[in-house]
Design a protein around this ligand. Structure first.
Ligand SMILES: Cc1cc2nc3c(=O)[nH]c(=O)nc-3n(C[C@H](O)[C@H](O)[C@H](O)COP(=O)(O)O)c2cc1C
Length: 211
């Protein structure tokens, strides 16, 4: 039995978004094929995702210099606690599915804010004399990623700063098994958009069987 953490970073639902539609197809097929697996969903546009700000820095600083949690301000407590909850939720997952659109060559900013909450020394990675080491071994991740142009290959391949970055973060955590399911080219080839979506849905359903 594995826990799937399904993370979406999109303000729209599957009716208005290619990535959300393909993500939903994956999730439905995953449920069907892995009926015993717990699924945890995290909607980054609805969840509370604090940014690293002065409260977070001062809260961390106080804890590092020996203050007790009770000595933190209410804002510091709230944000530092939420960072811990989000990290623990991530650590408890065995498989991860990220669903995002491409906006300006990367994913929406809330996704970066989320990544900042889970990059936690001692939980997702640790520092050693030989550099950082990932602590989340034996897990796997999939990025369902809708882009107006084509980025999986061809001249724009080097201009995608979303999926390669997410892959780097997963690898930093010790998760080398990372795949991107691009839903791409709908803006570049509008006449083929529906076919691209249907093909991606089929591909997602296929992946869900063995993921
Ligand atoms: C704010 C914004 C920025 C975008 N930036 C890019 C981009 O850099 N490259 C690209 O190919 N498409 C870009 N697009 C098009 C989207 O990637 C495309 O519409 C995709 O289908 C979005 O995913 P969704 O259908 O899940 O919303 C952008 C769209 C929006 C709304």
């Amino acid at each position: 039995m594995s826990t799937l953490l399904y993370i979406t970073a999109h303000p729209h639902d599957d009716r208005a978004s290619y990535s959300m539609a393909v993500g939903k197809a994956f999730l439905d097929a995953y449920r069907e094929n892995h009926p015993g697996d717990p699924i945890v969903t995290l909607d980054l546009y609805k969840a509370y995702i604090p940014h690293i700000d002065t409260d977070v820095f001062s809260g961390w600083g106080k804890l590092r210099s020996g203050s007790s949690f009770d000595q933190l301000s209410e804002e510091e407590k709230k944000k530092v606690t939420r960072f811990g909850e989000l990290t623990d939720q991530f650590v408890a997952g065995d498989k991860y599915v990220f669903v995002t659109p491409m906006w300006n060559f990367s994913f929406p900013p809330v996704m970066k804010a989320y990544i900042d909450t889970i990059c936690t020394a001692g939980k997702t990675f640790k520092y050693t004399e030989n550099g950082p080491v990932g602590l989340l071994t034996g897990k796997k991740a999939l990025h369902v990623y809708a882009c107006g142009g084509i980025y999986s290959e061809g001249p724009a391949a080097g201009s995608d700063f979303g999926s390669p970055y997410l892959k780097t973060i997963m690898s930093f955590f010790g998760i080398p098994s990372f795949e991107t399911l691009y839903v791409e080219g709908m803006a570049q080839f509008p006449e083929r958009a529906e076919q691209i979506k249907q093909d991606a849905i089929k591909n997602a359903q296929e992946k869900a069987r063995t993921f």
